[in-house]
Write a protein that binds this ligand. Sequence first.
Ligand code: AMP
Ligand code: MG
Length: 319
Amino acid sequence: MKNFSDIEKAAKYIQEGKLVAFPTETVYGLGGNALNPLAVAKIFELKERPSFDPLIMHIASIAQLEKLVLSTDERIYKLAEKFWPGPLTMVLPKSNIVPDIVTSGLPTAGIRMPGNEIALELIRISDCPIAAPSANKFGRISPTTAAHVKKQLPNVDYIIDGGKTTVGLESTIINLTDFGFQILRNGIITKEELETILPFDGNSEIQKLSAPGMLKSHYSPGKMFLIAHNNNLKIDKLKAGLISFSGELENGYRKIIRVSDRKDLKDYAVNMFEAMHAFEDDNDIEIIIAEPVIDRGIGKAIMDRLRKAEFNWRPGMFQ
Ligand code: AMP
Ligand code: MG
C-alpha cells in the first residue's frame, strides 16, 4: 500500500500550499501546511467547515510538538510516550508560530502524532505540521477509505490511497487540567486507559465550553438514520438497512451489514463509518438503523458517533 513516490508527490503539494487527503489510523484526513494560513483557509472552504471549529495539527516528532506549544508540562511527555503515535489528541497552549485560523482564535491547539506510516512519512517529508480534519464535507460521514474521500471531496488536489483505516473512529481529545485530564471527545483510547497515567478530572461543563466543534449533529448520512433503541421503531424494515453488531436484531431487514464476526467493539469502530457509507450509497435502502452498544469504554465513543448521526432524524419519530 505504501507507495513512496505518492508520498513524495503529496508532500510537494503540501509545501506548495495545496491540500492532500491522506490516511491516518483513525480516518482519512484533509491536510494542509498548518503554518500556512492560506492552505488552512482552503481546508475550511473545501470542507465547508465553520471557522469556529478548530483543526487538529498532526506531527511526526516531539521536536515538532515543542515548536507548536508553550507548555513543558512533563505529563505531556508521559502521555506521548504511552499513546503516540496513536489516536490521542492533546489540547495545549499554543506558541506564536501557530496561525489563529488553525485554532479558530483559541489560545490552545489540538495536536497529535498519528499511528500510520504514510501519515508520518508525509509529515516528515513535507517538513511541517499538517492541519487535518476528517476528509469529508462538514457534518457528514467520516471517510475510512480513499473512495469515501473521492465521493465527498472530488476536487481535492491529491489523495493518497492507503487502504482502509485501522481504527475507524476519530481520536480521543483531552485537555490537561491542574489535577488530571478532561475528555473533550471520546475515542478508542478510553478514560480507563488514560487513567493509568493521570487521574480523571471530568467536569462536563468545562468540556462543552472548551471543545467548540462538538456539535450535537455530526457524522450524518444523507438519509434517515436511527439507533434501534427499543422495539417501538415504526419503520418499514423492508426499506431499511441494519448495521448489526450482536446478530440479535437481524429479523426482517432489507439488508444487513454485520460489523463484527466476534462481537468485538473494536470491529464496530473500524467498520461503522464504512457501513454508513455503504447504505448511504445503496438505492434499495431508505432508512439506516444501527444497533446500539453498551455506553462504556470504546462503546462510549461508538454511541457518541451514533447519537450525533441520528440527531437530525430523531425528532418526530416517537411521541
Ligand atoms: P476533527 O474534526 O476530527 O479534526 O476534530 C477537531 C475537533 O478537535 C474540533 O471540533 C474541536 O472540538 C477539537 N479541537 C481542536 N483544537 C482544539 C482546541 N484548541 N481546543 C479545544 N478543542 C479543540
Ligand atoms: Mg470530522
